[in-house]
Design a protein around this ligand. Structure first.
Ligand code: PEP
Ligand code: MG
Length: 325
């Protein structure tokens, strides 16, 4: 069976009736690129950049960041590499940044909120990202967007950096795509507004489930409430994908749900364009996609969207998965 999955490496993730999806990898350091390529990733859907900032006593330099981003872009050889700007805060603190203790860190000073405040730090990362974009196919992604206001503020800073690079004649990809993580319910609900101002969406189901269901994603005791199959989550995902397609942009998913075989048919049926997951899950998900028709997936999805409980939807998903593979 493992052998069979290996044979899939260079085959497209296409349904029996010809609908193709992108299967890409989540990575946490540049070294992870190797595993991504080995498993047939068609790109990087989420490059978490926290590793550059953690376990040290001072900010990473622009040069250090530039080298890391450039390395991944070059290794991926023209395939898309979506790099997320710093998502620190929540449970992750930096000793060299003034981050006060908070009552609810996951509802607090985190990710884009912190970056918009720490403008020099943010500009340094954006400059490194833009410079690296001259060496491959880089996309920029902002985390923890709650409304179009943060998108505009972040883009204003990005434009400042672009102008500074222009003035110095430093090259970068002038058409670089800028997208957002959809991981806060308010962003999912207002996806139609956001879709007009970004180039793509990537649904972060880890946080989207946590915030929509009010379930701490790390708290074992309440883990039974943490259900990606909750109808609320499926409706939000549908809303995001439909809104993106109306504006002609694509929707990816980079939370754990994207690599869960039980959800593949639903996500396919909802029209998800790109699945981003840990590299080792890619062959398995590809195998499922290649053995189902888009028509059947859409029919199934329509059916489960009418169900009332996460368990009903999960049971139905288990059954259809057995039928497929
Ligand atoms: C998510 O929230 O689904 C996500 C991919 O981001 P992280 O797990 O890094 O918060
Ligand atoms: Mg997240």
């Amino acid at each position: 069976r493992i052998e069979k999955l290996k044979e899939l490496k260079d085959l497209p993730a296409v349904t029996t009736d010809g609908k193709q999806s992108m299967l890409v990898a989540n990575i946490g350091t540049p070294k992870d690129v190797e595993g991504a390529l080995k498993n047939g990733a068609e790109g990087i859907g989420l490059f978490r950049t926290e590793f550059l900032y953690m376990n040290r006593n001072d900010f990473p330099s622009e040069e250090e960041q530039f080298e890391a981003y450039k390395y991944v872009a070059e290794k991926m050889n023209g395939k898309p590499v979506t790099i997320r700007t710093l998502d620190i805060g929540g449970d992750k603190k930096l000793p060299y940044l003034n981050m006060p203790d908070e009552m609810n860190p996951f509802l607090g000073y985190r990710a884009i909120r912190l970056c918009l405040d720490e403008k020099q730090m943010f500009k340094t990362q954006l400059r490194a990202l833009l410079r690296a974009s001259a060496y491959g196919n880089i996309l920029i992604m902002y985390p923890m967007i709650s409304s179009v206001v943060e998108v505009r503020k972040a883009n204003a800073i990005l434009n400042e950096v672009k102008e500074e690079l222009d003035a110095k004649g430093i090259k970068y990809d002038k058409n670089i795509k800028v997208g957002i993580m959809v991981e806060i319910p308010s962003a999912a609900v207002t996806a139609d507004i956001l879709a007009k101002e970004v180039d793509f969406f990537s649904i972060g189901t880890n946080d989207l489930c946590q915030y929509t269901l009010a379930v701490d994603r790390m708290n074992e005791r309440i883990k039974d409430y943490y259900k990606p199959f909750n109808p609320a989550i499926l409706r939000l995902i549908k809303n995001v994908i439909d809104a993106s397609h109306k504006e002609g942009i694509f929707t990816a998913m980079c939370g754990e749900m994207a690599g869960d075989p039980l959800t593949t048919v639903i996500l396919l049926g909802l029209g998800l364009d790109e699945f981003s997951m840990s590299a080792s899950s890619i062959p398995n998900i590809k195998n499922i996609i290649r053995n189902v028709s888009y028509e059947k997936a859409k029919e199934f999805t329509e059916m489960v969207l009418n169900m009332s409980t996460p368990d009903e939807i999960e049971d139905a998903s288990r059954k259809i998965l057995y039928d497929i593979i």
